[in-house]
Ligand binder design. Sequence first.
Ligand code: GAL
Length: 842
Amino acid sequence: MGSRIVMRNFLGIPMALVVMFLFLWVSSVTASVSYDHKAIIINGQRRILISGSIHYPRSTPEMWPDLIQKAKDGGLDVIQTYVFWNGHEPSPGNYHFDGRYDLVRFIKLVKQAGLYVHLRIGPYICAESNFGGFPVWLKYVPGISFRTDNEPFKVAMKGFTVKIVNMMKEEGLFEPQGGPIILTQIENEFGPIEYEIGAPGRAYTKWVTEMALGLDSGVPWVMGKQDDAPDPIIDTCNDYYCDWFSPNKEYKPKLWTEAWTGWFTEFGGPVPHRPVEDLAFAVARFIQKGGAFINYYMYHGGTNFGRTAGGSFVTTSYDFDAPIDEYGLLRQPKWGHLKDLHRAIKLCEPALVSADPIVMTLGNYQEAHVFNSKSGACAAFLANFDTKYFAKVAFENGHYNLPPWSISILPDCKNTVFNTARVGAQSTLMKMTPTTGFSWQSYNEETTSYDDTSITMAWLAEQINTTRDASDYLWYITDVKIDPNEQFLKNGQYPVLTVSSLGHVLHVFINDQLSGSLYGSLENPKLTYAENVKLRAGINKISLLSIVVGLPNGGTHFETWNTGVVGPVMLKGLNEGKRELSWQKWSYKIGLKGEALGLHSPSGSSSVEWVEGSFADQTQPLTWYKTSFNTPAGNDPLALDMGSMGKGQIWINGQHIGRYWPAYKANGTCGECSYTGYYQKKKCLSKCGEASQRWYHVPRSWLNPTQNLLVLFEELGGNPTGISLTRRTIESVCADIFEMQPTLMNLHIQAYGKVKPLRPEAHLWCAPGQKISSIKFASFGTPGGVCGSFQEGKCHAHKSYDAFEKNCIGQQSCSLIVAPEVFGGDPCPNVMKKLSVEAVCS
Ligand code: GAL
């Protein structure tokens, strides 16, 4: 890679000399990764690197090549991934590197595509992964204490790290070996924990550093969010904005390992979105301050299949509002606008890597950052930090109009090729089209009988210690003897049962009848049940089904945090006053009967009698459902619409799709979303009052052409007749482009000696196999609104529709220049105009 560039530098010098010099030079720098204060240096060349996180277990191996290609097409140089210890070593010494966990295959695919890898080994990773990426058995290693100066922890953590590094070496995957891995990460965001725990934390950091460096990977290590990362480890920034960040030593480059493209969704919470104009602005701000590496977290978020979601209450979807959506389709205009940004940054690369920026004030809220290299390259970033107003600034010999909260990029210090707030890429509206409904059979899960219970204790047990996370479900069962003389049996004033739980969900059954359900939230997982319960004279059975929705993924010593019904459990309103039940005999059953029978699998599902039914207004809690279906033709991604259901889990052909919970409606404030001003995760929300997650991705590679077995377990009692299998397709595409928008074409033209800027173009593109069937909206003038709800403004060119109807209908894609003559003349001279258009794809 590097040698091609070197040859250019030596053109004109006698060939023999060049060859000899090249040989010496290449052999001294071949296949090396290092850094200086400006950048990561690969094979002797400083690089501005654009990276994106794609976590291999969050999609299927069949999806990987396409995701990686889309990342490459989007202008990425590097794919970043964590390594998921919890998936790779499910029990001590029992390793799993197949299927979605085939890390080597993933890295080799990235290499094949010609991209680099940033491997974040952790092995603590956070990542909304169950237990922060640690396997649950780690908690039960005698004497262990996580992420501190603790021998058992250090032995285990080193063991896994060494295993991964050796595996990479054996496969020749580090860059000095000719592989794609240029960077590695050890630990993750340990800085704040170290600060909290003090001396043992500092000792641990020192140990971690020596351990990692001792592995001799041949590429630099980074530590994310760790201000005191010891040399030569590079401390890096994770945040929504990182322009404020400087590494702890002058000779380290500025790396942004997590530029958050959105945020994860939690059950009961709305869905976060980060406007691409703000994300592009944040990236340009970082680059203009001398930033050398930016990684989008996430570039493709994907799916928390099975029970892999952690952090508690995190949804099965890990879409993250990323540039590639959960299903592997482009999220537009996010993907396209970032692609344009990357091209603009790459045009500046020669100047960026060879000069430090000079900052010039252009106005109260306006600045220029100029990179002038000795060899004559010049690149400028013109920034307007004002959140409300446009700014007209003078720079060098030109005048530039900057929209609010935006940066213009001038790769030659003259022509604007990109502005972060001017989106030239098309927007895409997606739709979920039902393909098939199902006819269901059901099987009632039992509220456990005593013979099923394997464990008995004279106290309330902590849930994870009991289940070791083998299941989300744990039954707590006890007896209450009610004397026939109890007053409440006569006056009907039933006693109150109080159950305190540390989370996350609780169903209370009295004599096998559901008497109440309640659940916590990510912010407050604790819950207390306090209701009158219908007890009868004699023995009563109290069964508590306590459910965990993912283990914690971070926080100081999260291995010590408790879950489940730890009490007190109390009856109030008896003749004796109150009766404490916490210290009496409790029986426990780990998991559901259906889980033990393997009802989700093709073989286990035939072990019980299923009942046919119409289920139209089903409210029976704790029910298993099964059906069989054929795979819809085509390649569109598929998802189950679970909108009519309550809470539970889904399996197809024995593969665990994940937890579903549409009954938990999103609580929050969804409102206007302006791209200007600092973004934070509560800013641009959607789905308030609706299911936090309604659709559940079904990877096509998990399906047979016919007779797929779909099984669900429903806890609350939803209506399965409302479930359908849907196809995700493009509904319509939009362009929303200003007449005077900067365009990347400017510079190409300049290269041929003509500097006249080109006019911007509107590109509309439906998916392969689709055609533009109609123009839903078109207006050149002053239209308002957004894709899906554009409206005409005061100024509108009457021939706005004609041009599109003529050029686009029946085509898969089309482009039109955004200029008055295309739309029948200027409808309002001296007014800034734009074109908004929406085309339907079918
Ligand atoms: C970061 C962490 C990531 C992920 C992210 C939130 O702080 O390093 O692993 O958890 O937050 O999505």
